[in-house]
Write a protein that binds this ligand. Structure first.
Ligand code: FRU
Length: 549
């Protein structure tokens, strides 16, 4: 009972349709930038395929709305201008006829002004994000690639989304950089600039930006290479991919998330790769052939490995290795093996996951800059999750040994203006002063408070515990934390509140954490210090600007 409808529409948009309830196709001659696609979370996922002249260009899972869409997503088809795309769908295809092309994405006019759009954190226009990938600075631009499902607000169709920024604060989202292919979906990875043309991808004087990613397929996870000669805008996948296939060696399909960097003393490339139960080190002279060197157990997903000066002294450095969870080890590295000199340590917790640091930061800058994925739901939005504030990582000597510190990069200062400052308040006074800020959708608050009669104290927002400090158990929000000077009885917190998230940096970055900001319920309390007889020694309020126009 296949009903076939053929139609040709004018206005430069030609549409040939053959639609049935199950499995069907339409053809659209591309004259505009985007195809807008209607979504309903209530529909099952079906497979949609874009085909040009019989060749498959894209294939992805999507919940095509049959009735009124809950939201719209889009596919940037500017690369196909002038060509006719055949769009087929193997699910309930009633919604195919609603797909339309335009130079605007559906909902463009309210973009970045949506109710629950974070105002000073990166979020994608439409769809899902998780791990930051391929963080690299090149010719004035910070690139942020990221795990992305362009077609739904949930995880699927892993692709590398792409955004660029001149200051790590204001972002411009570009077209998807890496789409799934026949080797699999595009899992996490990293990027380098191959200045010496070790891989042979360079064109004349243009050095290749080379990306390393995991292709994930039903059978295995394999490591692949792609390169770009136009600052990350378009990518060519290496024809001999994969470059590492280690499933059999590890008897595990968990081999993923390559992080590559240039090891200057040895004049070779290093890849940290998560394999089964920890991070492996591979080396290469040409980015294509990789030799296994060593393995450190006890890490899961998203490795990073980098050298940092201790207390800013470039002659005294240590290496830091971490995984996705926010735990790390400090040690030494000889280009082939990381030797831990500490046990597992913790510098950050909460919604952060899979953080990565930037490569190719100029030596004159020298910072180790990190971005972490914020596992923060964006209720009711056509996009989901976010990136946390970019931070700078440093090693400091403490009474307990060398520790990793983490604070927002100085570029974020431009977003916050101090509007009020008070010193020496009792908590009731402080709560009074904060009343006028209770309705702020975004704000930054810095405070130092001191305990006297109590062993616990904290700071709430509408009943949500932003800080719950227990000096007896040495915990902050349930996680062990001991200030450098336990006798001071003080805690300092720098708190960034955006529409849907809260980030807290304790004692100058000795520890940090993040959480979802809970919607306001009937609790009228607003910002609120609690704890018996505490002193609010310092309280600063900052207004926050939006990063979006
Ligand atoms: C971490 C992770 C990575 C993987 C990616 C897939 O969040 O599981 O290990 O590459 O996400 O999206």
């Amino acid at each position: 009972m296949k009903s076939i409808l053929k139609a040709i529409l004018t206005t430069g948009l030609m549409l040939y349709c053959s639609i049935s309830i199950f499995a069907a196709d339409i053809s659209i001659k591309i004259t505009k930038k985007y195809l807008n696609l209607p979504i309903s979370q209530r529909q099952d996922r079906g497979i949609m395929t874009f085909e040009i002249a019989g060749k498959q260009e894209r294939s992805f899972k999507i919940r095509l709305a049959t009735g009124e869409p809950e939201y719209w997503v889009f596919s940037d088809v500017s690369a196909y201008k002038g060509k006719t795309i055949k769009i087929s769908y193997d699910g309930d295809a009633t919604g195919l006829s609603k797909i339309y092309q335009d130079d605007k994405i559906a909902g463009q006019d309210s973009l970045y002004h949506e109710k629950n759009r974070p105002q000073f954190h990166f979020t994608t226009r439409r769809g899902w994000v998780n791990d930051p990938n391929g963080l690299i600075y090149y010719e004035g631009e910070y690139h942020l690639f990221y795990q992305h499902n362009p077609y739904e607000r949930e995880w699927e169709n892993m692709s590398w989304g792409h955004a660029v920024s001149k200051d790590l604060v204001h972002w411009e989202e570009l077209a998807v950089a890496l789409h799934p292919d026949k080797l699999g979906t595009m899992f996490s990875g990293s990027a380098v600039i191959d200045y010496d043309n070790t891989a042979g991808f360079n064109k004349g004087k243009i050095p290749a930006m080379v990306a390393f990613y995991t292709a994930d397929n039903a059978d295995r996870e394999i490591q692949c290479v792609a390169y770009s000669l136009d600052k990350g805008r378009t990518w060519t996948k290496y024809e001999k991919n994969p470059v590492i296939d280690s499933k059999e060696k590890w008897n595990s399909r968990d081999t993923r998330d390559p992080k590559v960097f240039w090891y200057k003393p040895g004049k070779h490339w290093v890849m940290a790769l998560n394999e089964r139960d920890g991070h492996s080190i591979y080396t290469s002279k040409n980015l294509k052939e990789w030799n296994f060197e060593s393995h450190v157990t006890g890490f899961w997903e998203c490795p990073d490995l980098f050298e940092l000066p201790v207390d800013g002294d470039k002659n005294k450095t240590k290496w830091v290795m971490y995984g996705a969870s926010g735990t790390y080890m400090i040690g030494s590295f000889d280009g082939k093996a990381f030797t831990p000199e500490t046990g597992k340590l913790l510098y950050t917790t909460g919604s952060i996951y899979a953080a990565q640091t930037y490569s190719n930061i100029p030596e004159s800058d020298g910072r180790r800059i990190q971005i972490g994925w914020g596992r923060v739901a964006q209720p009711g939005m056509a996009f989901n999750n976010m990136m946390l504030l970019p931070t700078e990582l440093k090693l400091h000597s403490t009474k307990n040994g060398i520790r990793l510190y983490n604070l927002p990069v100085s570029e974020t200062e431009q977003l916050f203006e101090r509007t009020n400052q008070w010193a020496g308040l009792k908590s009731d006074d402080a709560n009074q002063k904060l009343k006028e800020f209770n309705s702020a959708d975004k704000i930054r608050i810095k405070t130092t408070f001191k305990l006297s009669h109590a062993t616990s104290a904290g700071f709430n927002l509408f009943g949500q515990r932003i800080i719950d400090y227990d000096m007896n158990n040495n915990t902050i929000n349930g996680v062990f934390y001991s200030p450098a000077d336990m006798t001071s009885m003080e805690l300092t917190a720098d708190i960034y509140v955006d529409r849907t998230s809260i980030e807290v940096f304790i004692d100058g970055g000795a520890y940090s954490y993040s959480m979802e900001r809970k919607p306001v319920d009937d609790n009228k309390e607003g910002f609120h210090f609690w704890g018996n007889n505490i002193d609010v020694k310092n309280l600063e309020v900052y207004s926050a600007k939006s990063i979006w126009k």
